[in-house]
Design a protein. Structure first.
Ligand code: NAD
Ligand code: UFG
Length: 332
């Protein structure tokens, strides 16, 4: 059985479905700090199986001990944590507590239970600025936010842990820009308040809930002056976790892997793709650059292909079609 922390969240819920499709049994632990208990029922609907769900915090050591005592957990995929770059600068201790101390608590419980298979949700944000693109996993990391540093600290801790006990098999997955939703329209990303990320914002403009997209900067060193990112469909990303788990069935160590498509898309190209998907005109206005943004962030995806046998399948048109379907379902 695979313990999925943060399993009712955006990426975790899609991963639960792909795990189930691949024949894994799943147990979910989530505090519902940034997700809804409705997702549990949706997962049951989509997988056709009951979802074992524990509501609670990953820092609750007694709860972790109870889960490991009650379930035969053979591996953990650890999504639970906080993820806003800007909030992490306002309240770094909340981020270190949830993301670093939370991970320590999970790893300690695993150690006691004798479970040594761990997949960690890391982020392309660990690379920071000034990288040659596409960026590969051996590049020197220099994260520029507290959030990014929590991810990088955990990666380093995982290397130390694995070096202390070679029985550990660990994969840190550095996600690029996860977007889109499940094709059923039953699960997707549900941002609270004003969306900070491009695609949820585009979806709300297309739905008439916001008047215009603010494009942060038009003078970047890119083909049209707007920021370029490596958008990856959340279902492809979910399948990357299954591939990582299958890799850990045959090897130990701590492997760090980029999950992206290897293709860059500018903000304006994404606006066009969303207009095609939604058949709506999206009003845009240019504003100043957002602090902390880089011009280009695109993955070198050769390690994922060579070592995990994983490559992303969906293009940005499909990502926008699925994001728009999800937006239309939540508005219905
Ligand atoms: P999400 O907020 O949708 O999911 C995280 C889930 O964890 C939520 O359901 C939340 O309720 C739960 N949670 C938060 N703190 C918890 C705690 N202390 N104990 C138990 N549950 C807790 O976010 P997501 O987009 O699905 O991201 C999942 C992981 O991937 C996070 O670790 C995030 O940092 C990482 N990541 C996300 C992105 C992205 O753009 N979405 C990019 C790179 C990395
Ligand atoms: N953008 C806009 N207007 C908006 C929102 C975004 O122009 O309203 C632009 C940004 O300037 C950037 C691009 O759209 O050029 C993508 O921005 P996102 O906020 O969607 O994504 P980021 O690349 O800034 O960050 C995301 C996640 C991080 C993660 C990182 C990894 O939010 O958690 O990808 O690359 F770490």
């Amino acid at each position: 059985m695979i313990l999925v922390t943060g399993g009712t969240g955006y990426i975790g819920s899609h991963t639960c479905i792909e795990l189930s499709r691949a024949g894994f049994e799943v147990v979910v632990l989530d505090s519902l700090a940034n997700s809804s208990s409705d997702v549990v029922g949706r997962l049951e609907q989509l997988t056709g199986k009951p979802t074992v769900f524990y509501e609670g915090d990953v820092r609750d050591e007694a709860l972790l001990a109870k889960i490991f005592a009650e379930r035969e957990v053979t591996g953990v995929i650890h999504f639970a944590g906080l993820k806003s770059l800007s909030d992490s600068l306002r309240d770094p201790l909340a981020y270190y507590s949830s993301n670093v101390a939370g991970t320590v608590a999970v790893l300690k419980a695993m150690q006691v239970a004798g479970c040594r298979t761990f997949i960690f949700s890391s982020s392309a944000t660990v690379y920071g600025a000034f990288q040659a693109m596409p960026v590969n996993e051996d590049s020197v990391c220099a994260p520029i936010t507290a959030y990014g540093r929590t991810k990088f600290h955990v990666e380093q801790m995982l290397s130390d842990l694995q070096a202390s006990d070679p029985a550990w098999g660990i994969v840190s997955l550095r996600y690029f820009n996860p977007v889109g939703a499940h094709e059923s329209g039953l699960i997707g990303e549900r941002p609270l308040g004003t969306p900070a990320n491009l695609v949820p914002y585009l979806a709300q403009v297309a739905a008439g809930e916001r008047s215009a997209l603010k494009i942060y900067g038009r003078d970047y060193e890119t083909r049209d002056g707007t920021g370029v990112r490596d958008y990856v469909h959340v279902v492809d990303l979910a399948k990357g976790h299954v591939a990582a788990l299958q890799h850990l069935a045959r090897s130990r160590g701590h492997l760090v892997v980029n999950l992206g498509t290897g293709r860059g898309t500018s903000v304006l190209e994404m606006v066009n793709a969303f207009e095609r998907a939604s058949n709506k005109k999206i009003a845009c206005e240019f504003t100043d650059r957002r602090s902390g943004d880089v011009d280009v962030c695109v993955a070198d995806v050769s390690r994922a292909r060579d070592l995990l046998g994983w490559s992303a399948e969906h293009d940005v048109d499909r990502m926008c079609i699925d994001a728009w379907r999800w937006q239309s379902m939540i508005d219905a």
